[in-house]
Design a protein around this ligand. Structure first.
Ligand code: CP3
Length: 342
């Protein structure tokens, strides 16, 4: 009996959509906060395989999600390429910055990444032993554009201004940065698959700020290259792409990149996505994460509306973006019950 997530990714329309949740291991869960305190800080949690596996398993034990997503972070790849990385409590990530061709040239070669990232592979090996047999194990990486926005700015930004500025000032140097991240991402995801990941997901959280030719060059082209390389090395491993806030560019994204599924953020209307995106294959999404904070009748009616909208094709139920730390764990249980019992 094939796992439900893999059946949906293969294009099967199921009577009840399988379900998991972005950031399902996170600060809204008391057991996550306890293990994170034991680790000391967020990066130590990412790099300690026993603890990273433990937090990955916590939401599976509590809720019985159909998939577990590796606990790690998209910014481990820049660190593996030689950037300094640290997290400021209450503020978010900080990195050393890259602003020109010399900065790109100074990055470590792609072969060197496994030295830093090998604990992540160990986490996946533990998880493939310990997960329930029906639960799918998802690995992930940031998409090159999103990772580059952090490497150039040295932090999260509202409009990705520094990355857009570098792209405008020296497109060749910026393209070289994207290429280096693309090559590293292929090796990283390939090693995750060797370690037990059954599906991989590419998070392009800032895809929405790329327009026109820039979207083609820095969102579509790198995803296409990563997916083609993974499919050549690991036939049959499905890939989920998440070009967040791509809006109309969601249409045709799976066809252009070879992705098996597209994750839809909550700014997109589910009925539109069913008509324009789901006709190319599986979609994932797209409940607004704020319902995990507010709960109640609106959570139930919005969950039902999304299940209904995507009922005619392959669908994996999920949020449109990660669950937030102020969410109520009981609201997550209500969402799951609504999806599974109607
Ligand atoms: O989905 C999952 O549960 C898997 C684990 C995961 C994390 N981050 C854990 C995490 C995944 C897939 C990510 C992806 C990620 N990380 C993205 C892309 C997806 C998205 O949300 O848009 C981005 C942009 C990052 C970078 C990042 N990591 C930021 C901006 C922050 C700080 C913001 C925050 O919520 O504090 C992080 C930290 C982070 N990554 C946390 C978690 C659980 C919180 C850390 C903590 O415990 O303090």
């Amino acid at each position: 009996m094939t796992k439900t997530i893999l059946r949906a990714l293969a294009g099967e329309t199921l009577p009840t959509p399988p379900i998991w949740m972005m950031r399902q291991a996170g600060r809204y869960l008391p057991e996550y906060r306890a293990t994170r305190a034991q680790a000391g800080d967020f990066l130590s949690l990412c790099y300690t395989p026993d603890l990273a596996a433990e937090v990955t398993l916590q939401p599976i034990r509590r809720y019985g999600f159909d998939a577990a997503i590796l606990f790690a972070d998209i910014l481990l790849v820049p660190q593996a390429l030689g950037a300094d990385l640290w997290f400021v409590t209450g503020e978010g990530p900080r990195l050393s910055t890259i602003t020109d061709a010399a900065g790109v040239a100074a990055l470590k070669p792609v072969d060197a990444i496994h030295e830093t990232l090998s604990p992540v592979y160990e986490t996946l090996r533990i998880l493939s032993r310990e997960l329930p047999r029906e639960t799918t194990l998802i690995g992930f990486a940031g998409a090159p554009w999103t990772v580059a926005t952090y490497m150039v700015a040295g932090r999260g930004t509202k409009d990705q201004g520094p990355a857009h500025a570098m792209k405008a000032a020296d497109r060749a140097a910026f393209s070289a940065l994207i290429d280096r991240i693309t090559d590293a991402t292929i090796e990283y995801l390939s090693a995750q698959i060797d370690a037990g990941a059954e599906v991989v997901k590419l998070f392009d959280s800032w895809a929405g700020s790329l327009k026109g030719q820039d979207f083609d060059d820095f969102a579509l082209a790198p995803a296409t290259r990563i997916i083609a390389a993974l499919k050549a090395r690991h036939p049959g491993i499905p890939v989920i792409a998440f070009p967040r806030e791509a809006g109309p560019r969601y249409e045709g994204f799976a066809r252009a990149t070879g992705a098996d599924a597209v994750a839809i953020d909550n700014s997109v209307d589910a009925a539109w996505a069913a008509a324009h995106v789901q006709r190319d294959g599986c979609v994932q999404g797209n409940l607004d994460p704020r319902h995990m904070v507010t709960g109640g009748a609106e959570l139930v009616s919005e969950t039902r509306r999304i299940v209904e909208a995507f009922r005619g094709g392959p669908h994996i139920f999920n949020l449109g973006h990660g669950i937030t730390p102020d969410a109520d764990p009981d609201h997550v249980a209500l969402m799951i019950e609504t999806v599974r019992k109607g």
